[in-house]
Structure formats: structure tokens, C-alpha cells
Write a protein that binds this ligand. Structure first.
Ligand code: BG6
Length: 491
């Protein structure tokens, strides 16, 4: 059994000088130090091929934190933080090198957490190296980053490899969206408020939109991204995770097992999209050159290292349907893309129209109520509704009004907590509910694979170009207008 309290840990980071460690993990760990969340005796051990001693590692860590943390480093915090840092020179392909790590770990009796911030092709060597030297035994934990494979088959392969050495209860699969404050709040919003709880189904909801829009392009990651595309990079994980949290039934309690079970039911109930309905259910696009925030940006195929004939999608829009009693007839429209007009993520719940209109004299058509949940930035919840315009007019005149709640507008934490901060802390506490289980990853691939295969097979679903700085290809609008609906406008 994994002990679920904040205990002294040895956090071993494989990929110590990689991008993820520098940009996200180290700054987040420093912030946890600053907020005194790390156990007094916890150590952080960078592991990698660099020929560094611990002093050299410490100076790399300081530079990384200075570069990627948007605040001054405080001497007293740094002093404590740097005293936790160690470096272990290890080539994961050399089985015997793991004995060096063992030696460091044996100095203490801390719970060990291995964080694999490495490319997928080195994962198996790490699992095996740890297993062969008995470094895998409970209560050790292991944290895996996405992507876990590029399809169901490859994902199963990784899961089978790791399961030779680690139990599912030891494995923490990261989807960093699950560490975001606004995503966690969805559970509170849905299950702590009777109004939402009772109106969250196909009796009252017309449709749901989920948008994750990015301004960035591929940020120099051509090789990675061209193999993945936006579908594997964003939809398979982040968008499907949001969808499952929005659609899942109430779990019996807020434990990992119960939440994961309910999310899994949704993934299993997703209607299949394949070559038969690919053109009506999906749109894919690729960014052309354009202007973002007044700056000219290149087309996808002009990015550094690009293959000019690439058909990889940087934009996806999908109409997803959940085939269960609660959601039958309620489409979930998902869209995500790179180099779009603004960076923001939002869920829009659009309610059904009222069956009879009492106000026909002034309003021929009633608008629909909307609940707009802004996940990022400026996290907020807005509710659109109708009001009578005050006055002595004989007729009722209506106006559309808005109730708005800003998530960080109060004496609670002023700044949003970085997702990695929360997830690192949860892994140190040994709590798995914010991590994705094997079945979820595989079920998501089971739904995604036929879509990607259908794109490959179906000539008429060729990729559509969109100008950078816009909202994607025109046909993304058609996906909704065909159903007499429109994307909620960004504002
Ligand atoms: C990552 C993807 O998982 O999420 C990136 O690999 C993407 O391509 C990023 O840009 C978006 O994360 P966030 O937190 O900035 O919305």
C-alpha cells in the first residue's frame, strides 16, 4: 500500500537537463519550496548522461529557474532548495549505471519517485534498469509524461513494458490539464450545486462546446509534432479529459478509483467516428502564414526542419456524441488548434430553448441560456440570461444580461497555481486521482485511432489551410451551422 501523506521523498528526474525539467519541473519545485510544501528531508536527484557533479547540476538548476520562473529567486528559499539537489550520472541504456543511483538512494530511506521526463523511446530502458536493480519495489512510484504511444498498439506496448516492473498503483500518468485549478473546479461546480447538478443532461442542455485555442506554433518541435499532429498532441489527452469531466456521472466519492471509473464510462460510450462519417463529424486544418499580435508568422510547412508536403493537422474540430441515456442527442463540439487568434480555453454549455414564447410581441425568437466556463486565462464563470428592461412600456422588452464570477477575484490564492506544482505535490503525496489510468489512455486511443485512419483513407477529407491568427478553417463553422448552431464568440 502506498502511504498517502506528504512524506520524505527522493524525487529522481530522468531527463535532468531536458526542456520539461528546465521549463516546468524545476520552477514548480522551487515554488513548492517557497510555499513550504516539500517535506523537510525530501531530496531532488537529477539523473542523466551529462558528466556533471552535484555543484554543476545546482548551477544549471539555478539558471533554469532564473530563466523560466517569472519572479526573483529568494536567497533563503534557494538555500534550502539547493541543499536538496543531487546529480547522478547515468546512461539509462547501461544497466549497471543504475547501481550508481541505488547507492545514492540507499543513503536514506525515503519514498522514491522516478519522474520520466524523457522521450518515449528511452522509457523501456528506464523501467528495465530500475527493475533489474530492484529499485522498482513498493513504495516507489513512477511518473510518466505524455505521449504514451502514438496509437492504441504502441500505447499498449508501453503499458505492457511498465507493468512488468511496476503495479498500476505505483504509476502516475500525467495529463497536466488535470492539475489546472479551473478544471478541478468543474467537479465542484457540477456536484456541489443543485442547480447545475439537476440540469446537467439532455433534458435541459442543447449542446456543449469545448475550445482549447493556442497562439503558439510548434515551437521548434517539428520532429515530435509532425508525427503527432494536434489530434494526438491535444485531443487524445487534454480535450478528452475535459470532456469526460464535463460528462461523467457523479462518482460515489472523490477517490481516484471512483472518478476514473466514471470517466472511463464516458470514453467507452463515445460514438465511433470512422471512414463512413469522417467528413460530417470532423474538420482538420493546417496553419498557413499570417499575423499574430502584429507579428508575421510562417506557415507550418515553413517551420524549421519542415517537410513541405506534410499533411499533419495543426487544427481539429470534431462533433462527438456520447451514446448513453444522459447525453443522447447532445453533441459535444471540440476544437483546438495552433496559431489561432488568441490563447484561451473555454467550455460553453448551451441550454435548450424554452418550448413556448410568452414574449413574442417583442422577441420573435428566444435566445438560449449559456453557461460559459473560462478555463484560461482569466478563469471565470458566466451565465447569460434574459431580463426585463426597466421602464413603463406596455410591452415586456427583454435584454440579454450576464452574471459573472471571476475565479481569482478574492482573498484566495492571487495567482493560479501551475498545474505541474500541483501534480508534483500529488505524486509526493501518493494520490492518484489527478493522474490518468491505463484504461483511460487506451480507451482514448480506441476512439482516436479510427479517426486518424479515416483521414488517411479518405481523400475528400484533405487538410484545409487556415491563415495564422484566425479561428481555423471555414469548415469548422460549417460543422455547427449545419446543425443551426454557431461557435460561441471569444470575448
Ligand atoms: C502540451 C502539448 O501537452 O500542451 C503542446 O504538447 C501544447 O503542444 C500544450 O502547446 C498546451 O498546454 P497549455 O497548458 O499551455 O494549454
Amino acid at each position: 500500500m502506498i502511504i498517502k501523506i506528504n512524506q520524505a521523498c527522493d524525487l529522481v528526474i530522468f531527463g535532468a537537463k531536458g526542456d520539461l525539467a528546465k521549463r516546468k519541473l524545476l520552477p514548480s519545485l522551487y515554488k513548492l519550496e517557497k510555499s513550504k510544501k516539500i517535506h523537510e528531508n525530501t531530496r531532488i536527484i537529477g539523473a542523466g548522461r551529462a558528466n556533471w557533479n552535484t555543484q554543476e547540476y545546482i548551477s544549471m538548476v539555478k539558471t533554469a529557474i532564473k530563466t523560466f520562473l517569472n519572479e526573483e529567486i529568494k536567497d533563503v528559499v534557494w538555500k534550502k532548495f539547493s541543499s536538496r539537489l543531487y546529480f547522478c550520472n547515468i546512461d539509462v541504456c547501461e544497466g549497471l549505471h543504475f547501481l550508481r543511483l541505488k547507492k545514492i538512494l540507499e543513503q536514506k530511506k525515503n519514498i522514491v519517485i522516478y519522474y520520466c521526463a524523457v522521450p518515449p523511446n528511452t522509457l523501456n530502458a528506464i523501467f528495465k534498469g530500475l527493475g533489474d536493480t530492484n529499485l522498482n519495489v513498493l513504495p516507489a512510484r513512477i511518473v510518466l509524461e505524455k505521449p504514451l504511444g502514438i496509437c492504441l498498439k504502441t500505447s499498449k506496448k508501453i503499458n505492457n513494458q511498465i507493468s512488468k516492473y511496476f503495479l498500476e498503483s505505483q504509476i502516475f500518468r500525467i495529463d497536466h490539464y488535470l492539475g489546472k485549478e479551473s478544471i478541478l473546479n468543474l467537479i465542484a461546480l457540477r456536484f456541489a450545486n443543485s442547480f447545475f447538478f439537476n440540469n446537467w443532461n439532455n433534458q435541459t442542455i442543447d449542446h456543449i462546446q469545448i475550445t482549447v485555442s493556442e497562439e503558439v506554433g510548434i515551437e521548434g518541435r517539428w520532429n515530435y509534432f509532425d508525427e503527432m499532429g494536434q489530434m494526438r498532441d491535444m485531443v487524445q489527452n487534454h480535450l478528452l479529459q475535459i470532456l469526460t469531466i464535463i460528462a461523467m456521472d457523479q462518482p460515489d466519492s472523490i477517490t481516484s478509483e471512483n472518478i476514473r471509473h466514471k470517466k472511463l464510462n464516458i470514453l467507452r460510450a463515445l460514438s465511433r467516428i470512422d471512414v463512413n462519417n469522417i467528413n460530417v463529424k470532423t474538420v482538420r486544418g493546417q496553419y498557413d502564414s499570417g499575423i499574430i499580435k502584429g507579428k508575421k508568422v510562417p506557415a507550418y510547412i515553413e517551420e524549421q526542419g519542415a517537410n513541405k508536403n506534410s499533411q499533419t493537422e495543426t487544427f481539429v474540430a470534431i462533433q462527438a456524441n456520447i451514446n448513453n441515456k444522459k447525453w443522447l442527442g447532445v453533441p459535444f463540439y471540440l476544437r483546438t488548434g495552433k496559431r489561432l487568434a488568441y490563447k484561451y480555453s473555454e467550455i460553453v454549455i448551451v441550454f435548450k430553448k424554452i418550448p413556448t414564447n410568452l414574449f413574442q410581441n417583442s422577441h420573435l425568437e428566444m435566445f438560449q441560456n449559456k453557461l460559459i466556463i473560462r478555463l484560461e486565462p482569466n478563469e471565470s464563470i458566466k451565465f447569460n440570461f434574459f431580463n426585463k428592461i426597466p421602464g413603463l412600456d406596455q410591452e415586456y422588452k427583454l435584454e440579454s444580461s450576464e452574471l459573472k464570477y471571476n475565479y481569482f477575484d478574492r482573498k484566495k490564492p492571487k495567482k493560479s497555481i501551475d498545474a505541474y506544482e500541483r501534480l508534483l505535490l500529488e505524486s509526493m503525496r501518493g494520490i492518484q486521482s489527478l493522474f490518468v489510468c491505463r484504461d483511460e489512455v487506451e480507451e482514448a486511443w480506441r476512439w482516436i485511432d479510427p479517426i486518424i485512419n479515416a483521414w488517411k483513407q479518405n481523400d475528400s477529407s484533405t487538410i484545409q489551410l487556415y491563415m495564422s491568427g484566425t479561428w481555423g478553417p471555414q469548415s469548422s463553422n460549417l460543422l455547427l451551422t449545419r446543425d443551426n448552431r454557431v461557435w460561441h464568440k471569444y470575448n
